[in-house]
Design a binder for this molecule. Sequence first.
Ligand code: ADP
Length: 177
Amino acid sequence: LEAKEEFRHKTLATDVMRPRRSDPLLSVLTESRMTVEEVERLIADTTYSGFPVVISQQSPRLVGFVLRRDLIISLENARRHQEGVVSTSPILFTECDPPMSPSAPPAVKLRSILDLSPFTVTVHTPMEIVVDIFRKLGLRQCLVIQNGRLLGIITKKDILKHMAQMANRDPDSILFN
Ligand code: ADP
């Protein structure tokens, strides 16, 4: 995302974020209600570089963001080295352990790989500002929120594609300096 092109279009974060209306839903993890097996399946079924972590599917409030590669390493490690871990072991991103029955398999605790303050914008944030923030902070992705609910994600590549699209549509409005 080179800084030489100024982005002057009036588009908003909602115009660029994924998923689109026709896409499958955002792939998220929940902070305490998933099993090792479920997370492994999500990793196998998708290619995304990361996953937002939310409180629950019913309450899509953002807790943090976890990178795919960190998840893979941590799950492999837990399977190999943590005693008693099985497919039905719960995955916990929470600070405190929720109450569990003594016969339940041990939990895999992954809070340490969670980015607790991923960058967020709202659906109304102008893309001009989003582009500027990506450049200045060197972001790879940011999350899009509306009224506290997680709605989408914008990656650097999404922005590059959007810029190329806008440039094709209206070449005069991208200013080269
Ligand atoms: P890139 O955009 O660099 O290819 P990703 O592979 O992470 O990075 O994302 C591919 C596409 O999927 C992008 O359009 C992005 O907005 C979207 N995306 C990224 N993460 C998720 C996710 N967890 N759930 C749904 N869509 C996602």
